[in-house]
Write a protein that binds this ligand. Structure first.
Ligand code: A2P
Length: 451
């Protein structure tokens, strides 16, 4: 545990713009809205942040876990942080100490002993003060205990899913490659997985890493660095994509992985959207190269225990991690390791549903598939949550089995509907949803990845 800092100094919480993948998880998680963003950076407002640490465990990259000791009077403001391309260095401990002592003396001169004591607590000698500052400046988070509290706080305040992985998940590697040192992958496949007549162009893109080590687990994501610069002449930020292949590769034994990418032509809000990275990826040809960072993600991971059940709920390209998990299970179908697989998959029509053909070929005793089609001619509009309600008894049986993990991936708007549907499944059977929900979160058994 770090020694307390003088009151005039702040251990300021900052986000590393060079590592951050702008996934919005921190902003969503912060219980007091201390995190905000502009088109450039995600930043922490020093006037609001109370160091509760709720945002730290869910961050897929660790970019959120950065701290600088600085005089409170000179704390980095939100506007400063918006302009950063890199974190500022930690100021030398000696100069901070001198500044803190000057403040303490000024306060003592004006207001007496109690103010002075408050300004420079706990330091019997200049050496102890210096050591405390040095440890505060060098340490990561302010306090290990706070991280523990943060995990608990995040589980409560997020009120959606777990911030810890299933206990039996394999150990994920994260941040092996960064913006400064990306790995170059080669495109070895790029084909459409929606019907040719469908409006949406969803593509299955296979990247080969050659000799480079790029270990991923099902549920993890990678960052793609699109070429070129933005309007301000800065390199584009990385865009995050879930991996659609299992840990042993799109092609077993090969050092490759796949992504499910939808060409974005226009924003959902109707405003034009450049779809910069999705168009870049969708237009790639075989043998083209791509700069990749990551892997990312240390919670949305499949359980490793034998007999684990997977309840997978997705829309559109949110099917990528479900494909990865399903494919891992399919490749070991002959063994006894698989539990039950239940899938709720939402798309506008059958033609718009990525991987429709291969999905339909999977045996019914391997996976229980429920397709929610919202715009299929001649059929009522169905969302995944509608089907969960229809299958409530089966869903609840899975939720009550501690070998079940639940994964939700796709449109942000589905989160509330899915949670309501899961709650309905519990309540219609007379069960207390809040107890079940808390258990699912605490045990790393309910995971969301939405956008
Ligand atoms: P909709 O027909 O209302 O757009 P997309 O094709 O845009 O990626 O969407 C995938 C599927 O998710 C579509 O069927 C879409 O239906 C559906 N969807 C849209 N909003 C929600 C929501 N709030 N909850 C669940 N599904 C949704």
């Amino acid at each position: 545990m770090n020694a307390p800092l003088p009151a005039s100094l702040l251990k300021q919480h900052l986000i590393d713009p060079e590592i951050c993948i702008r996934c919005n998880t921190c902003e969503e998680t912060c219980p007091i809205d201390a995190i905000t963003h502009d088109g450039n950076n995600y930043v922490v407002n020093p006037d609001v942040c109370n160091g509760c640490m709720a945002c730290v465990p869910p961050c897929p990259t660790g970019s959120i876990d950065n701290w600088r000791v600085i005089p409170r009077a000179r704390a980095y403001g939100v506007d400063d942080q918006f302009g950063w391309d890199a974190l500022p260095p930690q100021e030398p401990v000696e100069s901070l100490l001198a500044e803190a002592q000057a403040v303490a003396q000024a306060v003592a001169g004006q207001g007496g002993a109690s103010a002075s004591a408050d300004a420079a607590p706990a330091f019997a000698t200049p050496e102890s003060a210096s050591a405390a500052l040095a440890s505060a400046a060098l340490a990561g988070a302010p306090d290990d205990a706070l991280i523990e509290e943060g995990v608990a706080a995040a589980a409560v305040v997020v009120n959606r899913g777990a911030t810890v992985p299933p206990w039996s998940a394999a150990h994920p590697y994260v941040n092996l490659y960064t913006h400064k040192e990306p790995v170059v992958a080669t495109v070895v496949g790029n084909y459409r997985v929606t019907d040719d007549a469908a409006d949406s162009d969803v593509r299955h893109i296979v990247l080969d890493f050659g000799e480079a080590s790029f270990p991923v687990l099902e549920g993890q994501s990678i960052g793609i660095l699109p070429p070129g610069v933005d309007a301000r002449g800065r390199p584009h930020h990385a865009r995050q994509y879930s991996v659609a292949s299992p840990r042993d590769g799109e092609r077993p034994g090969y050092n490759n992985l796949s992504l499910t990418v939808k060409r974005v032509a226009a924003g959902r809000d109707g405003n034009t959207h450049d779809g910069l990275c999705s168009n870049y990826l969708c237009d790639l040809a075989k043998h083209d190269t791509v700069r990749v960072i990551g892997p990312f993600g240390n919670t949305f991971l499949m359980p490793g225990r034998s007999g684990a059940n997977l309840l997978m709920i997705c829309t559109g390209t949110g099917s990528a991690p479900m494909r990865a998990m399903t494919e891992r299970c399919r490749r070991r179908m002959d063994g006894k390791e698989n539990g039950k697989l239940m899938l709720f998959f939402g798309a506008r029509t059958r033609r718009e549903l990525p991987y429709f053909g291969p999905l339909m070929k999977l045996p019914a005793d391997f996976i229980d598939i429920n397709l929610a089609l919202s715009r299929e001619p001649g059929q009522p509009k169905r969302y995944v949550q509608d089907l969960i309600v229809e299958r409530a008894a089966d869903v609840l049986a899975l939720l009550n089995d501690d070998k079940t993990c639940v994964y939700v991936c796709g449109l942000k708007g589905m989160e509330t509907g899915v949670l309501d549907a899961l709650e309905h499944a519990a309540v219609q059977a007379g069960q207390d949803w809040s107890i079940l929900h808390q258990a699912l979160c605490r045990q790393g058994r309910l995971h969301f990845e939405t956008y």
